[in-house]
Design a protein around this ligand. Structure first.
Ligand code: SF4
Length: 386
């Protein structure tokens, strides 16, 4: 079985066209950070050209009622995952033997599929935080739908993802309410490009447009989710400030950046040496997981992404054939967008602050737990039965 779903690609374009034409449906879209860094290649732009504004304009022309950003939910993921990290770390250091470390990121469904099948004995290691795609869907169909007075059955949430495993993630039962998926379906970067071409939208002539508020606002920390090391860096920016109460002047954690297979860094958090590791590609992930299984891991937190370079190299992106210069160019586009943002730490996102004040309470609250967290299943049996 292909862990990232690349061999079972489902094309949802026709379904989307039908939904967009249905007057009874409100169809909204979220776009993952890696999409904007690669979509331009489908229109002959050089790799690494960020086309965020044109992409938003094209999605509006296609007929979406609102164009939102998965980056909003990436900031939310950091609030939940960072709080979980600090909670687990604090309990561990206080001698609570029931708490497991390292905490491992869980926002990549290719990686989730892999560890559920290959490491079912370690299901309590990954963070329980849902992926940004699923957090977005959950908040859109509760908080936002209520605010807008839209009935859940009339709201269609679509995602544009660099990823084919995200299509499977939408269909998982854990992410449905009374059978209705929080995210109805996902289309890939390539499918979006094809749709723009089929509908004769002149992409290159489009004026830049902004995402809609409130689910379209994000910080630089969320943008870098699309590159290997980005989730870890975003988590460090927030966890450091929340734990120490001090301002982090330099938010660039260079030690976790770059496309080396395995990266590690030690971060001084008020005198405590926090050891972190970052891996992309499932072969590299397996090495780290085998260390954990053998009780030899020295890390407190690990980020894992299934695809080369992280989501910028995802299976739904314009084909890259493993060309590292292309992956580096896409990565640069994301770090440039991060550096140009006025807010670069997830906990500074004013719309995330409002979401907690108005609806969720606080990170890891009962409601947050219900809407934004998940659990994992032993799928190792499926391999044995195949
Ligand atoms: Fe999908 Fe990104 Fe994971 Fe690849 S790294 S499987 S694109 S979430």
């Amino acid at each position: 079985v292909c862990p990232v779903g690349a061999l079972t690609e489902l094309d949802h374009t026709n379904r989307l066209i039908k939904d967009l034409a249905d007057p009874d449906k409100t169809v909204i879209v979220q776009t993952a950070p890696a999409v904007r860094a690669a979509l331009g290649e489908e229109f002959a732009l050089p790799a690494g050209t960020s086309v965020t504004g044109k992409m938003v304009a094209a999605l509006r022309k296609l007929g979406f009622a609102k164009v939102f950003d998965t980056d909003f939910a990436a900031d939310l993921t950091i609030m939940e995952e960072g709080t979980e990290l600090l909670g687990r770390l604090g309990a561990f250091l206080n001698g609570d033997k029931s708490v497991k470390l390292p905490i491992i990121t869980s926002c990549c469904p290719g990686w989730v599929n892999f560890f559920e099948k290959q490491f079912p004995d370690l299901l309590d290691m990954p963070s329980s935080a849902r992926s940004p795609q699923q957090m977005f869907g959950s908040i859109a169909k509760t908080y936002w739908a209520e605010k807008m007075g839209i009935k859940r059955e009339n709201l269609i949430v679509v995602s544009v993802m660099p990823c084919l495993a995200k299509k499977f993630e939408c269909e998982r039962d854990e992410f449905k309410t009374n059978g209705d998926p929080d995210v109805n379906y996902s289309i890939s970067t390539r499918e979006l490009a094809a749709l723009i071409k089929q509908t004769n939208i002149n992409f290159m002539q489009l004026e830049d447009e902004d995402f809609d508020a409130p689910l379209g606002e994000s910080t630089g920390a969320a943008v870098i989710f699309g590159a290997t090391g980005g989730v870890m860096e975003a988590a460090l920016r927030t966890a450091y400030e929340i734990h120490t109460g001090k301002t982090l002047d330099n938010v660039n954690f260079e030690g976790v950046r770059g496309i080396e297979n395995l990266k590690e860094a030690t971060i001084d958090v008020d005198g405590f040496e926090l050891k972190v590791a970052v891996a992309h590609g499932l072969g590299n992930a397996r090495k780290l997981m085998n260390e954990i299984r053998a009780g030899k891991s020295k890390y407190h937190a690990i980020e894992i992404m299934a695809c080369p370079g992280g989501c910028i190299g995802g299976g739904g992106q314009p084909l890259h054939h493993g060309d590292s210069s292309l992956l580096k160019a896409r990565t640069r586009a994301l770090y440039t967008e991060d550096s140009e943002k006025s807010l670069r730490k997830s906990h500074q996102n004013p719309y995330i602050i409002s979401l907690y004040e108005e609806f969720l309470g606080k990170p890891m609250s009962e409601r947050a737990h219900h809407l934004l967290h998940t659990c994992y299943f032993n799928r190792g049996k499926e391999i044995i039965e195949q």
